[in-house]
Ligand binder design. Structure first.
Ligand code: C5P
Length: 298
């Protein structure tokens, strides 16, 4: 055993593009989504215990039993490896819960990576990926982190070259939104085409390469945004405020309700962060300044 304790950062993500291509026979939706990991992150520590799984979290709203994805990931890892040791886990939560930022999925993926590190790599990448996919649609993305196109129900991850330093201001209205409920409200006729989604992705990638950010507001799109705006009406005002405060584009991330505003550089992001806080005085709103982070070397 090389490590007494393994500590990992569990980054959040934003979806720069999320297109729903159709509903599948298994009830999930077929996706084409561009994901980017950001430096808003939870911190996870794992260590050996005599027996059982002892899980502690700084957020009292999180269940500590089997309903928690971290506990599920730990059980699955122990079952697949046949390891009989006990495990201690501490999770310092910073990413808001049920926010469209992938916090729970990132915690689960990083639990698998941390345990694999703790036991000196008993699992190869395909086995970790298989477990991740079983835990949730977004979990495989977080084994890679960085920038990726995610296909299928989200588990088909194609890592991409880092888009570079992107600067975000995130605003969360302080209410949770259930991913399942958002998908359930999606009209079966309102699906995007694969060709159109690929074209949009190529245009977005070009904008990031050339840093011609002014074009972004017409390109960034999320097929779940309309539903998030219906379910949480204050998001409409929030998007307007972020644009007024200087964001080059705004979008709901994933199934929401977190909205991000993109800024052209670090200085403008700082300004946007301050202005947004002044303009949006609603109680209970959470504000974060974040930047893109590159992926793991696997
Ligand atoms: O995979 P995960 O458990 O994170 O998904 C949560 C819920 O979101 C699913 O039960 C499903 O209702 C919905 N979903 C979907 N299509 C996807 C991903 C999630 O309909 N591609």
């Amino acid at each position: 055993m090389k490590f007494a304790t393994v500590e990992r950062q569990c980054p959040a993500k934003v979806n720069l593009l999320l297109k729903v291509l159709g509903k599948r026979a298994d009830g999930y939706h077929e996706l084409f989504t561009l994901m980017q990991a950001i430096d808003l992150a939870d911190t996870l520590e794992v260590w050996l215990e005599k027996k059982g799984i002892r899980f502690q979290s700084t957020d009292s709203r999180l269940p500590l039993d089997e309903r928690n994805l971290v506990v599920k990931a730990t059980r699955l890892f122990l079952e697949k490896t046949g390891i009989q040791d006990g495990i201690g886990i501490r999770l310092q939560k910073r990413i808001p819960i049920a926010a469209g930022l992938g916090g729970g999925s990132s915690d689960a993926a990083n639990t698998l990576l941390a345990l694999n590190q703790l036991f000196e790599n008993p699992m190869d990448f395909p086995s970790l990926n298989q477990m991740a996919s079983q835990l949730g649609s977004d979990v495989p993305f977080f084994l890679h982190g960085g920038t990726a196109l995610c296909l299928g129900r989200g588990e088909g991850v194609e890592p991409l070259d880092f888009l570079g330093d992107l600067h975000f201001v995130l605003v969360n209205p302080g209410v949770p939104l259930s991913t399942r409920e958002v998908y359930e409200s999606l009209e079966s006729t309102a699906h995007s085409s694969l060709t159109g989604s690929k074209d949009l992705f190529s245009m977005i990638a070009k904008v990031f390469r050339e840093k011609t950010y002014t074009k972004l507001s017409q390109l960034l799109s999320n097929d779940l945004e309309k539903i998030a705006l219906e379910k949480v009406p204050q998001l409409r005002k929030l998007k307007e405020m972020l644009l007024r405060a200087g964001a080059v584009a705004t979008l709901v991330s994933g199934s929401g309700p977190t909205v991000f505003g993109l800024a052209e550089n670090a200085l403008k992001a700082e300004e946007l962060f301050k202005k947004a806080q002044n303009l949006i005085s609603d109680r209970g709103y959470l504000f974060y300044q974040a930047r893109s982070v590159p992926g793991n070397k696997l």
